[in-house]
Design a protein around this ligand. Structure first.
Ligand code: ASP
Ligand code: MG
Length: 411
């Protein structure tokens, strides 16, 4: 018996039948003696529609009014889920972000949660009432509705769990957990029973769409035990059928590598003949950052005679044109010979906390790619991640090869 927060994503509340199924899951937890707070997303597709409406109304929209509009998707599902629960004989009421309140900063459209006042919720939970909280929304300092950025309901759920000191936060979605790789490509990918916060954070920022990155950071910071599980197979969270995201100490048999991920949202730019002098990197990356272009991987070689060298780096594909424009504008000043773009690249990453203590992890990656004649264009590493950039046409082959090389294939 304990207190749990359960969150249902958009596909898990896509219509009244799905909302009823979610209510049945909540009821099952209540019947096991748990106090349950629920966080809901908007019905699948609704937030996109609302965003489109705001654009239609006024392309240069006031972000405060944008938030007032897009927050309504969650308001609807919170009320609908409370109604379904009541119909099943479960005591429940809905809560909007401003009613709790969930306090945020004033960055409309991408606000950060500053605090959750849990007094009222806690007393309702103690009375065994299910609290159905609209995810994604909060209350700004000027008393206006804010939203937390796309995918922000995950963050609502984790923040609520932290504030309530809940025993667990279950994130119900349309996949049954976190996989060692993308099962659509790597057919022998396995569902992980457990993964560490740090690994999940890397995977989320590398594009694994299961959790909003911010929610994983928050869970890690507050040690909230998270579970990712499917709402489509009737699973009840307390049976622990999904993937648990936990601290490293809680994983007994840690694999060296937990996952192999990929991101197609990459483009490579090579600057030829960049003068090799102090300040040149700052002169290149400064204007890019001023133009809000995020640079990810960077390689620079030493020049043979100290005069000029090539510099290669990656940006997200959508920002390639902007990056090239910025570079062309300061080409004369920077003094490089040419910029060569390549959008047909993909970034593969292997992630695992075991890398900290095991040697040879990178070598295994490079050998596996070499065996398949796949050329590595750029390499970057962090403490628990190795990433390589390769030509996009090799994505599937490389993913499968790495999955096998690290012993991740399902039996
Ligand atoms: N409904 C919001 C979105 O689609 C928030 C969420 O679902 O987490 O981004
Ligand atoms: Mg989501």
């Amino acid at each position: 018996m304990g207190q749990i927060v359960v969150k249902f994503g958009g596909t898990s509340v896509a219509d009244i039948d799905r909302i009823r199924a979610a209510a049945a899951t909540v009821k099952a937890e209540v019947e096991r003696g748990h106090q349950v707070a629920v966080v809901v997303s908007a019905m699948a597709g609704v937030t996109n529609d609302l965003v489109a409406l705001t654009r239609d109304a006024n392309p240069l929209h006031d972000a405060r009014e944008y938030d007032a509009v897009v927050a309504t998707g969650e308001q609807a599902t919170s009320g609908l889920l409370a109604l379904c629960l009541q119909q099943m004989g479960v005591s429940a009421r809905s809560w909007q972000g401003w009613q709790i309140p969930i306090r945020t900063d004033d960055v409309h459209g991408k606000a950060r949660i500053l605090g959750v006042e849990t007094e009222d919720l806690a007393s309702r939970l103690a009375d065994n009432q299910v609290c159905v909280v609209a995810g994604f929304q909060g209350l700004g300092p000027d008393n206006r509705i804010t939203t937390l950025g796309r995918g922000g309901s995950d963050t609502t759920a984790v923040a609520l769990s932290a504030a309530l000191s809940a025993d667990r936060c279950d994130i119900y979605t349309d996949v049954d957990g976190v996989y060692t790789s993308d099962p659509r490509i790597v057919t022998r990918a396995r569902k992980l029973d457990k993964i560490t916060y740090e690994e999940m954070l890397e995977m989320a920022s590398l594009g694994a769409k299961v959790l909003q990155t911010r929610s994983v950071q928050l869970a890690m910071g507050h040690s909230v035990p998270l579970q990712v599980l499917s709402s489509f197979d009737g699973a009840v969270g307390s049976d622990l059928p999904g993937t648990l995201v936990v601290a490293e100490e809680e994983i007994v048999e840690q694999e060296i590598v937990s996952g192999v991920t990929y991101s197609r949202d990459e483009a490579k730019i090579t600057l030829l003949q960049v003068p090799d002098r102090p300040g040149v990197a700052a002169a290149i990356f400064g204007p890019l950052s001023d133009a809000n272009v995020n640079v990810d991987m960077i390689v620079q070689n030493v020049s043979e005679d100290g005069s000029a060298t090539d510099l290669t780096f990656t940006v997200s594909r959508g920002e390639l044109d902007r990056a090239l424009e910025v570079l062309e504008a300061c080409k004369g000043e920077l003094g490089f010979a040419a910029s060569v773009p390549d959008a047909n690249v993909v970034k593969l990453s292997v992630v695992g906390v075991g890398m900290r203590t095991h040697a040879g992890v990178a070598k295994r990656m490079f050998s596996a790619l070499a065996e398949h004649n796949i050329n590595i264009l750029v390499i970057s590493t962090s403490e628990i991640k190795i990433s390589v950039l390769i030509a996009e046409e090799f994505t599937e082959l490389a993913l499968r090869a790495l999955h096998t090389a690290y012993g991740l294939d399902a039996a």
